[in-house]
Design a binder for this molecule. Structure first.
Ligand code: HEM
Length: 530
């Protein structure tokens, strides 16, 4: 079998739908014994009770009860496909990563796109961020690029991540999603305004996964063969073009088809219309980063393309639907911690938080040996050696009698010091809970720039989407958002106020500047009477 992804965990070829496993059509138990009947349970007498010795019934129901695994805590609804990445431009001056070693080089990959807030059965065409997760099976190990379709995020400290998800998911009492809760959280963090403006804008509902761009959002680092580091952000630009839905179009789509994104991606690939994205990088030198006014590792801000232009790298194409959704898509485990030599992290503390979170989530969701599941295994690597042993569902032979400790006298397995990262300077080394607002409380410049870059039609769409989405939020929250928008651009504030039918002169535009933790609390708690 050519493609390792066409094999099951035992290395056997996967059957297609009209084949049967092996050459037999006979039903067996999981232990391989013949099943006498899958039609009538064994009972005591024609009208009597079921027998405990009806072991096929026991096995069948017990297995069924365990078919559902925990869904991803967020990004639960998604679609995936296999594909190929091809290098089109030389970036070896920036990175020694083998995946980029020469123009024309191809690497197998897997992609999963997702919505964020909805559960596993949620509709696709919702106003929400889209996940954009890529796994490249390189010969130096798997490189996972776990991005979104937006270049920024709501906040800068991973400590707030559980709060975000509590706020945007279901209310503990009503079990409904609540505009009030959602917007209470968003508007209380003024640094969220850029991300909120993007989501409420005309690109807030992609028409399909094929018609959106992807972003690493975070800065990462690239390291070349001289062990020199630059900071980079990755961009993936859809070659299908951007297509979006209005709220009204999305409502119709959801009414007709809750799986619109899944259907679109699956069918395009089945028809041979393989979707493609071009990969680019933005590069910032360490010197540029050191002299930047803003924190270059602040995930709530973009790097402007005019200062850090897009440098072309390559292209990926998705060309194979998974044979089995659960095996490959539901069990896929992406982690920003999966990097390869030549690609590494940055001081972005959100990224640092994610380095813990994903592996931890997957050890719970899929088990400690989830890297053995074919879609997650480092298929590009000839062999992988760690000292990890045992654990539930260890099915690869557990490395037989090989040594499982180090140091040992037999030379297995050795450190690879040639891959040591260049020293990274962190400036001040005083450990403290720094208030980021004292360092940078400019939440509004970039949202204002984005707003002014919009046509007046796009601005109008932004006002109306925002007003609809704020829904039954309290007046206090609406005023708070108008205040935030007004700071970005008075016209943005006035437009949202008008769409909400709120007289702008009634909005207190003199909230305390949020230049500290305390001021932020005060601003959020002003006007509870509204
Ligand atoms: C999924 C945590 C921010 C993109 C997840 C999962 C966790 C998580 C626990 C589920 C993983 C699994 O069960 O396999 C966090 C934390 C964050 C954060 C703690 C911030 C501190 C972000 C950001 C992005 C992102 C900034 C994009 C730039 C994704 C994507 C998925 C995901 C695409 C779905 C991956 C897949 O398709 O399997 N996140 N996340 N997350 N996250 Fe994050």
């Amino acid at each position: 079998c050519k493609n390792p992804m066409d094999k099951n965990q035992l290395g056997e070829p996967l059957p297609s739908r009209n084949q049967t496993v092996g050459d037999t059509t006979e039903l067996t138990t999981v232990a391989g014994a013949p099943v006498e009947s899958n039609q009538d349970s064994m009972t005591s007498g024609r009208r009597g009770p079921l027998m405990l010795q009806e072991i096929w019934f026991l096995e069948k129901l017990a297995h069924f009860n365990r078919e559902v695994i925990p869904e991803r805590r967020m990004h639960a609804k998604g679609s995936g496909a296999f594909g190929t990445f091809t290098v089109t431009h030389d970036i070896t001056n920036y990175t020694k990563a083998a995946i980029f070693s020469e123009i024309g080089k191809q690497t197998k990959m897997f992609a999963r796109f997702s919505t964020v807030a909805g559960e596993r059965g949620a509709a696709d065409a919702e106003r929400d961020i889209r996940g954009f997760a890529l796994k490249f099976y390189t010969e130096e190990g798997n490189w996972d690029m776990v991005g979104n379709n937006t270049p920024v995020f709501f906040f800068r400290d991973p400590l707030k991540f559980p709060d975000l998800n509590h706020a945007i998911k279901r209310d503990p009492r009503t079990n409904m999603r609540s505009s009030n809760t959602n917007w209470d959280f968003w508007t209380s963090l003024p640094e969220a305004l850029l991300q909120v403006t993007i989501i409420m804008g005309d690109r807030g509902i992609p028409s399909s996964y094929r018609h959106m761009h992807g972003f690493s959002s975070h800065a990462y680092s690239l390291i070349n063969k001289n062990n020199e580091r630059v900071w980079v952000k990755f961009h993936f630009r859809s070659q299908q073009g951007i297509r979006t839905l209005t709220d009204q179009e999305a409502a119709k789509v959801v009414g007709m088809d809750r799986e619109s994104h899944q259907r679109d991606l699956y069918e395009a690939i089945e028809k041979g219309k393989f979707p493609k994205w071009k990969m680019y990088i933005q590069v910032m030198t360490e010197e540029q980063a050191n002299s930047m006014k803003n924190n270059p590792f602040d995930l709530t801000k973009m790097w402007h393309k005019k200062d850090y232009p897009l440098i072309p790298v390559g292209e990926f194409e998705l060309n194979k639907n998974p044979e089995n959704y659960f095996a490959d898509v539901e069990q896929a485990a992406f982690s920003p911690a999966n990097v390869v030599p030549g690609i590494s992290f940055s001081p972005d503390r959100m990224l640092q938080g994610r380095l813990f979170s994903y592996g931890d989530a997957q050890r719970y969701r899929l088990g400690v040996n989830h890297h053995q599941i074919p879609v997650n295994s480092p298929q590009g690597v000839k062999n992988y050696h760690s000292f990890h042993r045992d654990g539930q569902m260890r099915v690869d032979g557990n490395r037989g009698s090989q040594l499982h400790y180090e140091p040992n006298s037999y030379g297995n397995w050795n450190d690879q010091p040639q891959y040591a990262l260049p020293v990274e300077k962190t400036g001040s080394t005083d450990i403290w809970r720094y208030d980021f607002r004292e360092d940078d409380s400019d939440y509004y410049t970039q949202p204002g720039e984005l707003f002014r870059a919009m046509t007046s039609d796009q601005q109008q769409v932004l006002f109306e989407n925002t007003a609809r989405n704020l829904g039954d939020s309290t007046l206090q929250i609406k005023h708070r958002h108008i205040y935030n928008c007004y700071q970005a651009d008075p016209e943005y504030g006035k437009g949202v106020a008008k769409a909400l039918e709120i007289e702008i002169s009634t909005v207190d535009l003199n909230l305390p500047a949020r230049t500290s933790r305390k001021a932020n609390y005060e601003a959020n708690n002003k006007h509870p009477e509204l």
